[in-house]
Design a protein around this ligand. Sequence first.
Ligand code: SR1
Ligand code: MG
Length: 409
Amino acid sequence: MADFSAYFTMKEADAVEYARAKLDVFPRDARLSCKEIGDGNLNYVFRLKDEETGKSIIIKQAGPVARLSDEFVVSPDRNRIEYDILALQNELAPGLVPAVYGYDPVMNCTVMEDLSEYVVMRKALLEHRIFPLFADHITTFMANTLLLTSDVVMNHKEKKERVKQFINPDLCEITEDLVYTEPFYDCPRNDIFEPTREFARRYLWEDESLQLETAKLKFEFMNHAQSLIHGDLHTGSIFVKADSTKVFDPEFAFYGPAGYDVGNVIANLIFAYANGLQTMPEGPEKAEYTGWLLETIRQVADKFQEKFLNLFHERATERTAKYPGFDKYYLGQIMKDTSAVAGLELCRRTLGIAGVKDLTTIEDAARRLEAEKLCLIAGKTFILRRSEIVTGDDYVKVIKESEALAITR
Ligand code: SR1
Ligand code: MG
């Protein structure tokens, strides 16, 4: 039997042993069940339950390579980053992330709250379910975590210590490759739906002006230590239920451009929109669902800005940040990055190795092609016109225009 004094990747039975040997959560003689429930690209997630009391916890372990492909060798230290940031985010945005109970630097695992009564948002959106409070919750999470970790509010030396604490080279490299580079040329590692290939070539890969913009954005991502970002804030990293939202899986966190998180949320709502458009039968349910998504996108852009400015005025400590006009200038830069990142995410999930079910599960080939064209047209527009796309209305206008263009191009 393992004594867990040396790292190995656990199976379900090992996780039960681990809980008995290392955690003070369940009685010694508890009848524990365990299921590995991870469906992400990287980690192993064990749900342990005491069959008598119903009490349950999650043990999340980082493996030495990604589940998606062992081409990605990723330091298990990302588990420490995940534990540290969840603890911090729980202070900055109380109730909007799972509670963490402990971290084991040998086994590279974190013990956290089980959120079984929630559902992963991407799954819920594939079932075309509506969450009216989501925009309010996610904008509070982003305004708080992004502003309160920045130089606008923090002591600058303490902030620089945080930059060190959250340095995350392996996972940043994945983003630099998968988000900023590979989707914009005919990279062998891309995973392209064949009917979309010709459009990708003509519309993206042959456009040198687009490539230049992606290069500028990549250098911005690598060099702008603005806020402690989640770094992978797609709908697979968010748990939802009717009255509550919890953001999880922040292993890509590091000090980067604040707009990265906001852009990811918007892009992933657009995937859900494209799915609803192409898979739901015409009628009031489809109108309600797609209408809710457009309204949510509008609110994410607008409420984020409103909350960010209010918090800026309440909490700014840096003298120069309080000069009249700096607040709007600073937010303007974030919104420019938001538009660009929404565009990058739309392109990379459509063409790159880490696709999204919103697109890949559209069974009808012609409809999937139309959904993917919508994403690529909107994606390119968000990148190239990032200085002009600021408000919720701006986002909705681009989506509707792209929807119309996807039919004709
Ligand atoms: C090798 S990891 C691929 C993708 O999965 C994660 O969730 C990130 O989005 C990453 O880009
Ligand atoms: Mg993830």
